[in-house]
Design a protein around this ligand. Sequence first.
Ligand code: GBH
Length: 487
Amino acid sequence: KADAGEVSRNDFPAGFVFGVATSAYQVEGATNEDGKGDSIWDVFSRTKGNIKDGSNGDIAVDQYHRYKEDVELIAKLGFGAYRFSISWSRIFPDGFGNKVNEKGIVYYNHLIDYLLKKGIQPYVTLYHWDLPYTLHEFVGGWLSEKVVEYFALYAEVCFARFGDRVKHWMTINEPLQTAINGYSIGIFAPGRHDNPYKEPYLAAHYQILAHAAAVDVYRKKFKATQGGEIGLVVDCEWAEAFSDKEQDKIAVERRLDFQLGWFLDPIFYGDYPAVMRERLGDHLPQFTQREKKLLRNSIDFVGLNHYTSRLIAHATCATEGPFYEVQELERIVNWQGGDLIGERAASDWLYIVPWGLRKVLNYIAQKYKNTPIYVTENGMDDEEKETAIIKEFLSDEKRIEYFKGYLGAVAQAIRDGVDIRGYFAWSFLDNFEWAQGYTKRFGLVYVDYKDGLKRYPKSSALWFSHFLKGKSVDEARTEPHGSVNFT
Ligand code: GBH
């Protein structure tokens, strides 16, 4: 069989979906327009010191005003799907669910209609980290049970208004990141870190229950007539044992339980993994019988965000903070001999390890009943450079290698028997990379922040385009300044 470098469209089933992904706060901008309320990310990134370059998402890449141009580019590149998220506070500005902001509905109607017109399927995430600020300030945010109901109300409006055209829903993006970065380390909104042994587990608990509540609404009121599917998006690095020692192998199991089992075990098996109960004791909330029933099988597919892998070693004094302390393990990027697990991308957390994706996919299939999986995010970043000329960014050969490797891993997992339905590259275009601001570029399409946010497809976009059309990938090369040959 051809190695990963020679991956082709024919390695994937006919109905396999290829798309690009973004999220609302990272691309939309227009944060105060047309009645939108503040989200926790609006407030967080306006606060000095939270974002590396002092930036925020007020303008981002202005997709709110440029959605037509963006949709046309997605279509031109040949992708069949676009994964985007809805900004909750555009629909309910204060989150309370009393009055729908019709202008918010209009925006997403336009986006959805235009995607469909161009033959692109919308894959919609309801929550990608931008909680209405009022819900945080006056209700307690993800630490409060009440948010579960508000989320269900919001979800219901989205299903009712968009579900005639949207057939693929994701409830929540990476609840782990909100729990750990938002409520333990504090580098993400809402920036909490004072109670790292308790709050992350509460924040996760109510996100899980919010997911289940939204799925319940969908299945009871909409599924029969709309016929769509709904899932949860989890993020998972592959965990490879640092050595052959039994301790390290057990640490790997713990790592996977704390990453994936935390969210998928309640859904597939009705409760958190035993190892979490053992180690967290009273800090880990309990599910009632009613909640357990609601949770069971509350998923049509698993959305997997995957970027990188780590070697895992047992460690009695973990250095990465409370979350790793309770797990008694260390994440390592060097093999014992000194070799890196893979080449590094621009971000210090992102090592390129294509085989890790094949392993995660097989692990999920085995542990979670071969449930359908979409790879909902996969990609790598470039470092923003003060003096760089656009041309350097446009020839992103390393990203092409990344995609070749990781797509090869997906193809291999399909041959292993894993039920994978689609793949979304992160990201469609460069955007607001959370705490890193605009200093990291994950896009297939370059955005010129210094010149009117103009878009230029990078070589990787052209490579992908050729890949999708089943053409020889070497034909794909970008000319500088976007004079792109799509034929
Ligand atoms: C994804 O999370 C997100 O879903 C997406 O929005 C984001 O753009 C993408 O990653 C790329 O980061 O200390 O500031 O360097 C993947 C999990 C969580 C990995 C945060 C990087 C470190 C952030 N990510 N983590 S930072």
